[in-house]
Design a binder for this molecule. Sequence first.
Ligand code: MN
Length: 342
Amino acid sequence: MAPSFDPSAAAAPGSGAFGLTDGPGEARVHILPIPFDATCSFRRGAAGGPEAIRTASAQVELHDLVVGRPYEAGIWMAPSPAEVEAWNAEARALADPILAAGGPGADTELLGNAARVDAIQQELEAWLFERASLALEGGKLLAVVGGDHSVPLGAIRAHAERHRDLAVLHFDAHADLRPGYEGFSHSHASILHHVARLDPVSSILQVGVRDLCEEERAAIDGGRIRAVFGTDWAAARLEGRNLRALIRRELEPLPRDVYVTFDIDGLDPSLCPNTGTPVPGGLSFDEASAWLEELVRSGRRIVGFDLCEVAPAPGGEAGKGWDEIVGSRLLYRLIGFALGSR
Ligand SMILES: [Mn+2]
């Protein structure tokens, strides 16, 4: 950060995310945007999330009442990767007729499209794994910003490879435990199915899940995969139970190192009205923040994280909408908590 930098001033024109001027070398935090949303089954738009968040982040006050001064560590957001933009354009065009038909069925052309979309997702996964590994080797804290929730798999794998025992704390309205969805094996509805198959991931705790199929319900075994369902959370809130005590109890079995994967639709949809698959209920902003705060207070280490499914309003001025205003503030909190845990 330049010595003349004033954290209280408005973001200067041409400055980076959060109005900061750090380059990749000096910044301890690297934000990697992944504008990809080809398999969104209901409403697309998450591909526009990273750039909308970049713009909206200029409005975030750098001093935060809960996490202090994350900006002091230096925060750099990479430019939007042209490779990912190209993959998304190709995969969207291939996925469109499949999504319109509710899956490829026995149609050979659609099956061919689905296979190519899967191949693109695998290329993206491998590419992100490489990018994430480089950042981690350089000692950076890596934040992936989606895109739909299929995108962070390569980054989660890069983190998992560096740990013998890793927990994944998963905020979402959905369990995302389907082996595949609508003909895609790397769907936004399947990410946790793939994460659960990474060896070092010893436990998954899902928070806010309130929309899932029977097969996913059965996969949540109360052991390696546990959930605090959105309905459990709402009941605890309605009955006036001590929510912080509940959080501490649920976090208790987790190992020390934790990766956080945050689908914005885990929050109340009034905080993310344009996200791809909104569901009533969910956490408030301060409740989500309390989960992260208790995680850090418990001595656990947030080794990395992602934020997915933030979608700007269609037809609105991207960067000025409510979805990205909330998203950029949640991103700043996540950065602050992760830094505070290291
Ligand atoms: Mn979701």
